[in-house]
Design a protein around this ligand. Structure first.
Ligand SMILES: NC(=O)c1ccc[n+]([C@@H]2O[C@H](COP(=O)([O-])OP(=O)(O)OC[C@H]3O[C@@H](n4cnc5c(N)ncnc54)[C@H](OP(=O)(O)O)[C@@H]3O)[C@@H](O)[C@H]2O)c1
Length: 315
């Protein structure tokens, strides 16, 4: 309680009051924004939740341009960054994330960070070393999600990598573990051998590459699809069906592609280094496509990969 106005300046009560005020000014934390509620979360099969939209940073350089993009994304309301050891930009992402947390006073768990184990690092020990290196580069104590980037051919090593991921999760170095570019046979083989099922499978999914069988298999096992290249790398933005629907909703073609994907419950990872696109991609989720439009988009769905054969997950 504050001392009354008539308490003498020198009284112990007055001095304690002044000391407490001084402490509270010294320890003042900047105002913490409430968690951004416009970005939906998806609950994974391990009980953790993941923000449904991430900024993808494939081909983003390890420097200022990427730091600016990650900062713009976090300022806009993204709470999820999708990087990988292979993208060679974990340092730039980490710098931007740590600076943003410091500037805004938010805690580490406000930003969901994903990285991936590259093919050359498969095997139990090598996986651990690669994970530690990624953590060092980000300057973080843990990752929210760590993925095997692709199944690679050596099954024994792949399973050893998975055991390393399970161990890292038990040790608290990663919160959730998953895979990427796994086809049906890789998923089935992993499930037979794993203690912990993968929480996600990150694969190319967009209206022109819908991967229906793989998506169904993942759903059966509670594995969330993370849709990479959700903008089909910008190659399909002039498709007549997409532009017609975009006009109907007064949205951009990119927003139609992202909305369709998210409406299926998939996590989407649009990449952009352009601040205006980073913002408009985030503004893709506040409308609902009518059934007839969803059906028109579903009808586009041949397996039309834009990322090349390296990323085709064999079924
Ligand atoms: N696990 C894997 O093997 C794997 C493989 C591929 C991708 N991924 C992940 O998925 C993320 C996204 O995939 P992606 O990078 O292949 O392709 P994407 O997100 O489908 O497309 C990115 C391209 O679209 C442009 N773009 C972004 N927003 C746009 C908009 N609103 N209008 C017009 N053009 C727009 C970007 O240009 P600007 O940057 O110039 O804006 C860039 O050229 C990657 O960054 C990565 O995180 C993972």
């Amino acid at each position: 309680m504050a001392p009354s106005a008539i308490t003498p300046e020198t009284s112990p009560e007055r001095q304690t009051f002044v000391k407490n005020i001084k402490n509270s000014i010294d320890n003042h934390q900047p105002h913490t924004r409430p968690r951004n509620t416009s970005v939906a979360n998806v609950t994974l099969n391990d009980g953790n939740s993941i923000p449904q939209v991430a900024l993808g940073v494939y081909k983003a350089p390890n420097g200022q341009e990427t730091e600016d993009a990650v900062t713009a994304a976090l300022d806009a309301g993204y709470r999820h960054i999708d990087s990988a050891a292979r993208y060679a930009n974990e340092e730039a992402c980490g710098r931007a994330i740590r600076r943003w947390l410091e500037r805004t006073g938010n805690s580490r768990d406000e930003v969901y960070v994903c990285s991936k184990l590259w093919d050359a690092d498969h095997g139990f020990e090598a996986t651990f070393n690669a994970l530690c290196e990624s953590l060092d580069k980000f300057g973080l104590d843990y990752l929210d999600l760590y993925l095997i980037h692709s199944p690679a051919d050596d099954e024994e090593k792949r399973l050893a990598s998975w055991r390393a991921l399970e161990t890292a999760q038990r040790l608290g170095k990663v919160r959730s573990i998953g895979v990427s570019n796994f086809g049906a046979s890789h998923i089935e083989n992993l499930l037979k051998n794993a203690r912990v099922p993968p929480a996600v499978n990150q694969v190319e999914v967009h209206p022109f590459c819908q991967r229906e069988d793989l998506v169904k298999l993942c759903a059966k096992h509670g594995i969330t699809i993370e849709a990479y290249s959700p903008l089909a790398r910008g190659n399909k933005l002039e498709d007549p069906t997409i532009t017609r629907i975009a006009e109907k909703y007064q949205r951009t073609p990119a927003q139609i592609l992202l909305n369709w994907n998210a409406s299926r419950g998939n996590v989407v990872l649009p990449k952009s280094l352009t601040a205006t696109r980073i913002q408009s991609n985030l503004d893709s989720f506040d409308f609902t496509l009518e059934q007839e439009d969803i059906e028109a988009i579903n009808a586009l769905g041949a397996e039309n990969y834009v990322t090349g054969s390296m990323h085709k997950s064999k079924d």
